[in-house]
Design a protein around this ligand. Structure first.
Ligand code: ADP
Ligand code: ZN
Length: 285
């Protein structure tokens, strides 16, 4: 029997079928359209396989409060056709097998924890720094969901002394996502991050915000590893800058033995989302 995994992103869906070992035997991806059409494609792809369960790693926010009437429904999103769309009911109606839903970042954390940069520890975070900023947390084989799910990309930080940018978050202005996401970099400097690769100050400011966030997460969650991925982290120079600033900010208040191992890059290339979705399916299957 096989497990299905769906990485449901705002711009792209990735679907995979795999063995319980995590090995992928078939995979496809397609652009995210209206929800009805998009899930028709999902149905077409999976119907050739005898699946035991499906896991879905969803963009959000999504209602993950099991006691809620709208459990498994997409909440506030600028994609109007997706707002209030009941992802979980649609999948259950199509496949009649257990479906397990979690956030995209929790699934990515779970995949890295099982197979990737966190496979030797008992807890890890996965932070994506891309169009948005989000973070997932896994502890003792389980993702952390809380009442619905955390929104760790929207924490408040101290603004860097050389930065008076108002931020791009429509809800909070200068929260972490407002100051340090890809669109924040682009709006602040009028150029995309990739075109600013050689401008040192850009990455020092970026590293300061990410280091502040990681300090806060470290103090609140005490993870064993912090894995940073997403488009902005393609600027490899950020990793040493973040470690240095994190170390200054933390000031040895809690001990982090091996900083290079603690703040690290993902191991699963771009497959952590869909592999994590399959892992979610295994929990139920
Ligand atoms: P998404 O978050 O939409 O899933 P990504 O993780 O690829 O997608 O993030 C996209 C963001 O990352 C964009 O804002 C883009 O400008 C930025 N980005 C992509 N590649 C780079 C790069 N090499 N250097 C800096 N920023 C990048
Ligand atoms: Zn915000």
């Amino acid at each position: 029997m096989l497990i299905g995994g769906i990485e449901a992103g705002g711009t792209k869906f990735v679907c995979a079928v795999g063995e319980k070992s995590g090995e992928i035997i078939a995979k496809t991806s397609f652009p995210t359209e209206e929800p009805g059409q998009t899930f028709d494609h999902v149905k077409d792809f999976f119907q050739d396989y005898d699946l035991e369960a499906i896991g879905i790693a969803s963009f959000g926010p999504v209602d993950l409060d099991k006691s809620s009437k709208t459990y498994g429904t997409i909440l506030n999103t600028p994609k109007m056709k997706w707002k209030n769309y009941d992802v979980l009911s649609r999948l259950k109606a199509d496949f009649h097998i257990p479906v397990y839903i979690d956030t995209d970042v929790n699934a990515a954390a779970l995949a890295e924890y099982q197979f990737g940069a966190g496979k030797d520890v008992n807890s890890c975070m996965y932070i994506t720094v891309g169009t948005g900023i989000g973070a997932g947390f896994v502890h003792n084989d389980k993702t952390y969901i809380g009442k619905s799910h955390p929104e760790m990309g929207h924490i408040l930080l101290r603004q860097h002394e050389d930065d008076d940018f108002a931020g791009v978050c429509p809800y909070h202005g200068n929260c972490l996502e407002g100051l340090a996401s890809g669109p924040a970099i682009e709006k602040r400097y009028g150029k995309k991050g990739v075109e600013l690769a050689d401008v040192k100050n850009v990455w020092e400011i970026e590293a300061d915000y990410l280091a502040q966030a990681i300090m806060n997460y470290t103090l609140v969650l005490s993870p064993e590893r912090v894995i940073l991925g997403g488009g902005v982290m393609k600027q490899q120079q950020l990793y040493p800058l973040i470690r240095k600033r994190f170390s200054e900010l933390l000031n040895d208040y809690v001990s982090v033995r091996d900083l290079d191992a603690y703040i690290t890059a993902p191991d699963l290339a771009d497959e952590q989302g869909v592999k994590g979705a399959m892992e979610l399916g295994k929990m139920k299957g």
